[in-house]
Write a protein that binds this ligand. Structure first.
Ligand SMILES: Cc1cc2nc3c(=O)[nH]c(=O)nc-3n(C[C@H](O)[C@H](O)[C@H](O)COP(=O)(O)OP(=O)(O)OC[C@H]3O[C@@H](n4cnc5c(N)ncnc54)[C@H](O)[C@@H]3O)c2cc1C
Length: 389
């Protein structure tokens, strides 16, 4: 792919992550001419990313349509059960069987996802790689600029769009683990002020007994954890699990670190505007949520799905409108803003509820958790939101 001169495009996709690549592929599959402005330093995507992503049914359906899923499935494991524990006896249990779905989510390898998307783009028709945008300037030869540059997008900033970021003061520590007992497709999560920890069943290196770890802790503790030798990290992990749920280690067995430990700063953020004449924000460039519900990328892929539907619908029904027509883009914004805010508020609310370790609140939140467990319809609604972000 080279940079053609004078060619006109329907959409210029700016960004180098999973959202940008999924959008470029989806648009190309729908017959749009795409200019992909990826980062200068873009080579093969980072296969050393230690994160595992929990992807929901809608995200998997999109990746299936993009023909990525069959290859990605060998780097993924299904979640059949999810057990969530509070810090004073509160518990929630979700099962695929109860929800009448085959699985609640898939846990996928973050590096494999990006690598497969970039491989597919090499052969995608109607996608030309162009130089990254200069100083956030929209290219003159594309009707629409789709900004998928992640939370630190400079193009969003140069458009003067505010992105109010509330840092949690917490970092997400991620690593891969191998256990001495099979996980049986059970994801576990513990809320124990100030930590939130999740063990996500994964299939590598051991197909039946590996986990992806996501551990949200205060910044200073994240730095300490990331610098520990493997044996000390494993000890800290064991202690945290035992303190959260005495006896849990009997089910999990020995946990051994199989990757480096990495960490990311966590924040809640939302762009003040998602679209304007000729431009639109997609994925983390528009919103950032806490990873405790594993929804950030799911929201981004749902944005992609919706935007492509809106553009295709408009091209079919109103061929006189171009892709950058603000009226068309507003339809995308209307469909995506509410589900995104709901998810952001839900995860933010949970986090704040569990951030306070005082007695009365502690009892109340654990009682609330157990109440949700007994309220079938509310539980069902919560899973519905998570399956279809
Ligand atoms: C610890 C952790 C665990 C998580 N777990 C989950 C999970 O289980 N499930 C889930 O759904 N989500 C999860 N997330 C969230 C998920 O990682 C993000 O929501 C997702 O990566 C956002 O994708 P994106 O493509 O929008 O942005 P990014 O991944 O940030 O990609 C944007 C890319 O664009 C590049 N870029 C920036 N500026 C430019 C420019 N001017 N030109 C070209 N390129 C540019 C950036 O360098 C970057 O490579 C997790 C996040 C963390 C931190």
């Amino acid at each position: 792919m080279n940079q053609p001169s004078g060619k006109r495009f329907d959409v210029c996709v700016s960004g180098s992550g999973a959202v940008a690549m999924s959008l470029a592929l989806s648009l190309s599959a729908e017959g749009f001419e795409v200019a992909w402005a990826r980062a200068e330093a873009f080579t093969a995507p980072n296969s050393t990313d230690v994160r595992t992503y929990a992807l929901n049914a809608r995200a998997i359906a999109l990746l299936t349509r993009l023909k990525i899923w069959p290859a990605l499935q060998s780097h993924a494991a299904p979640v059949f059960d999810m057990q969530i524990r509070g810090d004073a006896g509160g518990a929630l249990h979700f099962s695929a069987w109860q929800q009448r779905v085959t699985e609640l989510a898939w846990i996928v390898d973050a590096g494999a996802l990006e690598r497969l998307l970039s491989d597919a783009l090499r052969f995608a028709p109607r996608v030309d790689v162009v130089a990254p945008l200069q100083g956030g300037q929209a290219p003159a030869n594309a009707a629409l600029l789709a900004i998928c540059e992640g939370k630190f997008s400079d193009t969003r900033q140069s458009l003067g769009v505010a992105f109010e970021r509330q840092p949690y003061g917490h970092w997400g520590v991620a690593a891969r683990l191998q256990a001495s007992r099979p996980h049986q497709g059970v994801a576990r999560q513990w809320f124990r002020s100030p930590d939130v920890m999740a063990l996500l069943p994964f299939n590598q290196p051991d197909p039946h007994a590996s986990y992806g770890l996501v551990w949200s802790v205060p910044q200073e503790r994240a730095q300490v954890l990331a610098g520990l030798p493997a044996a000390d990290f494993e000890l800290a992990l064991r202690e945290a699990i035992e303190a959260s749920e005495p006896g849990a280690l009997e089910h999990l067995g020995e946990l051994r670190l199989t990757s480096p430990v990495a960490s990311w700063p966590l924040a809640l953020a939302q762009a003040s505007r998602w679209s304007g004449p000729g431009w639109v924000l997609v994925g983390d460039a528009a919103h950032q949520v806490h990873p405790l519900a594993g929804q950030g990328l799911n929201l981004g892929l749902a944005d992609v799905d919706t935007l492509v539907n809106v553009l295709s619908e408009s091209r079919r029904l109103e061929p006189w409108r171009h892709a950058g027509d603000e009226r068309v883009l507003q339809r995308y914004v209307r469909r995506r803003e509410w589900p995104t805010r709901t998810m952001a508020n839900l995860t933010d609310g949970m986090l704040h509820l569990f951030a306070d370790s005082r007695g009365p609140l502690k009892d109340l939140r654990n009682a609330g958790m157990s109440l949700v467990e007994r309220l079938g319809p509310l539980k069902h609604w919560l899973v519905g939101r998570a399956l279809d972000a």
